[in-house]
Design a protein around this ligand. Structure first.
Ligand SMILES: Nc1ncnc2c1ncn2[C@@H]1O[C@H](COP(=O)(O)OP(=O)(O)O)[C@@H](O)[C@H]1O
Ligand SMILES: O=c1ccn([C@@H]2O[C@H](COP(=O)(O)OP(=O)(O)O)[C@@H](O)[C@H]2O)c(=O)[nH]1
Ligand SMILES: [Mg+2]
Length: 250
């Protein structure tokens, strides 16, 4: 059954129930409040539900985290939409969260824009903060984290700050020629969908993202998918991975 992000009204209600943030100047009732964070992640890692007295809405399930990796244009976003539809995950695209920061004129906006145009990687603390906020707001404990981590530094930052590791890592393996073709035809008006940026992004992918993929291969968490073929053909390789985990991820 499809699970989309929950209604805005529901988000606001939940945000309102959280304690005010003492360390953040941007939100009066910020989810990144240290005590809340520790409580949430203690519960996530121990599986022990929080009590009303803990100051945040009680949750009952440990997170099930999937990292979705692959070069630019390999089809990560496209396949994530299918996974959401079939298996009911909350899809968190790191790139989309960063683009939202640019659009909302946040303090990091211009730095993020410059970094994306150059095909480089935004500092880990910024991206992890955005992901953490979405995860804390989510009523759904099954997360598809799309396009992150993009470097070993990203990976370590996530694991340290969140005190969590992915359960599953997908790698969409696609030849460069095909990725370039797809990105140049993507037609979403993205500042990075041009030949100069894509060339830089492919170099960054090779140098920084492949080591992350190797790390998870060594840890037995990696599922390598041949990303050439029709969207449906590719999804038929993805489906059994989640079907096998369905009981665990429920
Ligand atoms: N299997 C496929 N075959 C051909 N084109 C595809 C396929 N999967 C996705 N695309 C197209 O390629 C482009 C990049 O896909 P996207 O899902 O945005 O990739 P990524 O998130 O990895 O950059 C999009 O225009 C998408 O419609
Ligand atoms: O964790 C992330 C995810 C994305 N980006 C930046 O955002 C761009 C676009 O990422 P996205 O995942 O949207 O691109 P895709 O691979 O889907 O084309 C990347 O090239 C990076 O500059 C980043 O710095 N860190
Ligand atoms: Mg994408």
């Amino acid at each position: 059954m499809p699970v989309s992000k929950k209604p805005i009204a529901n988000r606001k209600r939940k945000r309102h129930m959280l304690p005010s943030c003492r360390s953040c100047s941007t939100h009066t009732r910020c989810l990144l409040h240290e005590a809340s964070k520790q409580q949430i992640w203690k519960m996530f890692t121990t599986g022990i539900p929080l009590q009303e007295k803990d100051g945040i809405f009680p949750r009952h399930k440990a997170p099930f985290i999937t990292f979705v990796l692959g070069g630019p244009g390999s089809g990560k976003g496209t396949q994530c939409a299918k996974i959401v539809e079939t298996f009911g995950f909350n899809h968190l695209s790191a790139g989309d969260l960063l683009r939202k920061e640019i659009a909302s004129n946040s303090e990091y906006g211009s730095m993020i824009l410059d970094t994306i145009k150059e095909g480089k990687i935004v500092p880990s603390e910024v991206t992890v903060k955005l992901l953490r906020r979405e995860m804390e707001l989510s009523d759904n404990h099954k997360f598809l984290i799309d396009g992150f981590p993009r470097s070993e530094e990203n990976r370590r930052a996530f694991e340290e700050i969140m005190e969590a590791e992915p359960d599953v890592v997908l790698f969409f393996d696609c030849p460069e020629e095909e990725m370039v073709k797809r990105v140049l035809n993507r037609n979403q008006g993205r500042v990075d969908d041009n030949i100069d940026t894509i060339k830089k992004r492919l170099k960054v992918f090779e140098a920084l993202n492949i080591p992350v993929i190797d790390h998870y291969a060594k840890r037995g968490k990696l599922h390598k998918i041949n990303a050439v073929g029709s969207e449906d053909e590719i999804f038929e390789q993805v489906r059994p991975i989640f079907a096998a985990y369905q009981h665990e991820a429920k």
